[in-house]
Design a protein around this ligand. Structure first.
Ligand code: ATP
Length: 364
């Protein structure tokens, strides 16, 4: 098995700025892993260390039997010897080479003869759906087609490992959706391992088997898309994946099924669900909340009561700021099917709100 082992990689830039601090990951062969995080969190630096475009200050990276870098042992494998495919946001095509020339060039650099290189390039061109465009130049292609050429070049360059650095950011929304499906299909078809950098949460969840959430050069959490989306472990990850409400817990009373939060608000949950809770914060999504009167009666609900202090129209819902009796503010997106916009609907009203009992999670 050719797993990718990243062990305690660190990279500091002159001037003391820390790009990456102690990144350790083990990625199994054939997996599709996304490095996800906000701008400046160290995703690209990590990827560049994998590619050999950056030398880490510490740590070790090995893919299969190939040691890419081992700082302690003084080992560094040159980028072209790592035999990986890389697809960039900027496409990075050579303007004076044809489509086929662009795709075949990395193979030619490795000493593959021109006939064999052209045959493999044509195969990759067909795989990305650009059959017949081999003689065109990059300026004769749309942005989406250029990105496909870059993808085909990555596919022929790789012998097992593909790296992507925000490859879809320059495409429009519709093309982005089509291309991400295409990238995943090709990854599966070629049986490669892929490491994909993005700051787009939806893209990361849709395309990957494994998501690594990074913050300030460190790994905050890593897991399946579902684990990251539904079970964030820290308040930072919860906030990043869209839990609009993160409240600090002051007291849990399982006997009466009540969780008190800072500011004095109370949430009523089933006692058996909170008996073993040890966390310090409760988090839930605004989109999980409905008026208690509209909640399905067969399903256990977590409830709270409050006054609407702000209301804005979202099209299919109203986004409400709800203040509980003691001043805690909770955001709630209340579905609205009336199709008629009313200014500041529900403002000033007091309601009982509900969400499915499993919606609130407790954070470490
Ligand atoms: N060559 C450099 N010299 C100095 N600092 C750098 C250099 N490259 C990156 N950094 C810093 O390292 C940190 C991580 O940068 P990196 O490009 O890895 O982040 P990123 O998560 O990929 O961000 P983005 O999504 O904006 O590309 C940032 O604070 C950045 O300013």
């Amino acid at each position: 098995m050719r797993s990718l082992e990243i062990d305690a990689i660190a990279k500091h830039y002159p001037g003391g700025s820390i790009a990456v601090e102690d990144i350790t990951l083990s990625l199994s062969e054939g997996s599709f892993t996304t490095l996800l995080g906000p701008s400046g969190c160290g995703k690209t630096t990590t990827l560049r260390c994998l590619a050999g475009l950056e030398v880490p200050d510490a740590g070790r990276i090995q893919f299969g039997d190939d040691v890419f870098v081992d700082i302690a042992a003084g080992t560094f494998l040159a980028p072209h010897k790592r035999k990986l495919g890389m697809v960039f946001q900027s496409y990075a095509l050579w303007p004076n080479r044809t489509v086929l020339g662009n795709i075949a060039y990395p193979l030619r650099l490795r000493g593959v003869n021109s006939r064999a290189a052209a045959a493999r390039a044509t195969e990759a061109l067909n795989a990305v759906g650009l059959t017949g465009l081999d003689a065109r130049y990059p300026h004769e292609l749309s942005g989406g087609q250029q990105q496909r050429v870059a993808l085909a070049r990555g596919l022929v360059s790789a012998s097992g490992l593909l790296l992507f650095d925000e490859p879809l950011s320059n495409l429009d929304a519709k093309l982005r959706l089509a291309m991400r499906t295409e990238i995943r299909r090709l990854h599966d078809e070629f049986g490669y391992s892929s490491v994909y950098v993005t700051h787009d949460q939806e893209e990361a969840l849709a395309i990957s088997d494994h998501v690594v959430v990074m913050n300030q050069g460190r790994i905050e959490q890593s897991g399946t898309p579902h684990e990251i989306f539904a079970k964030p472990k820290t308040a930072w990850v919860a906030d990043f994946v869209g839990f609009d409400n993160i409240l600090t817990v002051t007291h849990i009373d399982p006997d009466v099924g009540r969780v008190d939060v800072v500011g004095g608000g109370s949430f009523h949950l089933r006692g058996d669900m909170i008996r073993s809770w040890r966390g310090a914060q409760i988090a839930f999504r605004a989109s999980d909340i409905v008026f208690a009167a509209d909640a399905p009666s067969a399903q256990p609900q977590a409830t709270f009561r409050g006054r609407v202090t702000a209301s804005s129209y979202l099209g299919d819902a109203y986004r409400l700021a709800v203040e509980t009796a003691a001043g805690t503010t909770v955001m709630a997106n209340i579905p609205d099917s009336s199709r008629v916009q009313t200014q500041e609907k529900y403002l000033g009203e007091i309601h009982e709100f509900a969400m499915p009992a499993e919606s609130p999670i407790i954070l470490d």
